[in-house]
Every structure is written in C-alpha cells, then in structure tokens.
Design a protein around this ligand. Sequence first.
Ligand code: OAD
Length: 247
Amino acid sequence: MEPMKRAREALRAVKAGEGIVTVLTGAGISAESGVPTFRGAGGLWREHRAQDLATPEAFAKDPQLVWDFYEMRRELVQPLEPNPGHRALAALEQQLGDRMRIFTQNIDGLHQAAGSQHVEELHGSLWRLRGMDSGRVFDDRTIPLPRSGDPLVPRCQESGEMLRPHVVWFGEPLDSELLHRAQLWTEGCEVFLIVGTSSNVYPAAGLAPLAANAGATVIEVNPDPAASGVTFTLAGPSGELLPKLCE
Ligand code: OAD
C-alpha cells in the first residue's frame, strides 16, 4: 500500500481512539506562504552569516545590526498568510482537541494565524521581545513599544532596559520546561508528524528518533526527507500533502 494511504490510516486510528498526535514543524511548512527557509536555495543562512546575526555575541557587539535583521524578517512575514498545510493542522486539531500539540521551530506565528490553539514555539517568536536585564517578555502585537535611542533598538518604556528579540539564538539553550514538555509529548504519542525540517538543529532533531524508539508511527512530510526513525515518508510540499493526510 502506498505511504499516504497507510499514514492516513494511522491518523484515522488515532482519531477513532484516545491516542495523541504530536507534530514538529520547521521552516518548510511556511515556505509555501513565502517565508524563506534557512538552508535550501534562497535560504537565510545561505545569504547571511548566522554567527553575525543570531548569537548572543552578535547582539552584544552590534544590537542595531541584529535588530535590523529581525526587523527585516518581521516586515517580510507580517503580510504573509498561513497556507493549506498550516490550515490542515488547525483542522486536525479541531478533531483531536487537546490530544494534539504542535511544537514548532518557526518564529513566524503562522500556525496560530491558521487557528491552531496548542502551539509551542521551541525557538521563540518574531512577535515578542524580552528585557535584557529583567528577562520580562513583551508581546509586540499588543504593546506598541516606543523606540528610544537608536531607531531600531527598542527599549522598555518603564525601565529603559534594552530589549532583544524573544528568540533562541545559536549557543543558547531552549527553555528547559518547554523542551521537557516536547519530550513528554513525543514519548507519549501514537503518531509523530514531522514536517518541513532539515533535522539539522538539536534538540528538535532528536525528537523523531525519540518518538520512534517509544513505538510511535512517525510520518515525515518533506520534499527532501531528512528525519531518522521515520515509518512513512510523504515526499512533497506540505501545502499539498497535509490536507490530503489530515482530511
Ligand atoms: P531548514 O531551512 O534547515 O530546512 C527546511 C526544510 O524544509 C528542508 O528539509 C526542506 O526540504 C523542507 N521544505 C522546503 N519546502 C518545503 C515545503 N513546501 N513543504 C515541506 N517541506 C519543505 O529549516 P529548519 O529545519 O526549520 O533556528 O531549521 C531549523 C532551525 O535552524 C531553525 O529554527 C533556525 C535555523 O537556524 C534558529 O534560528 C535557532
């Protein structure tokens, strides 16, 4: 039987039962919305040096340069819409409720824009900022932040502290509680769905093998499959394949 049919059957079995679906997404799921990936053709890390723009050292050296990079990405993503892949996952969640959770490496907010309620952002968000001293997190969509000093380096209006993007940079650990939740959901799921990631960056890249070892059916959706421990590979764009898989 073809992998799509068998993968659909595995999902259907979860819908009919009481099992859990855990989803890990990466840049590829947003590619069809127009968000550039990192490592493929036209990828961000092909055109920019990650160590100059996405590390704590880069921010300490030149916060303006780093903020310029994130402002560029915010402007790029702001007008973009979720695609049928994001929407298929939101529709699946409608059926499974809190038996499904998405762990995303993306910081673009497109899963939430598609209507997904249970989304955990492993690498932070383009739409939040964090105080350098206090660690306080600000929601950029609801609290318009005045920018003082350098035009593109925002500061907290109350404390004056410098704000940084609330994202995970290279060399920084993931939030430990969030990672622990991701591991629990991965070990406890019946189906683990991995979509649009090159499986290069740990610890996220370790989740599919963890799911496989724990006995889950692992389904990968990617035109250039890369994960290990996969049961069914659906090789193609997620905007086309996820609606077929999840419907
Ligand atoms: P990558 O750019 O490394 O990989 C994107 C993946 O998406 C590749 O495997 C592509 O084959 C796949 N892809 C491309 N188009 C697709 C489509 N239409 N449908 C499905 N898949 C498609 O991005 P990530 O794996 O997400 O971290 O990168 C992981 C992390 O590395 C990012 O979160 C970021 C980056 O450095 C940080 O910035 C901390």
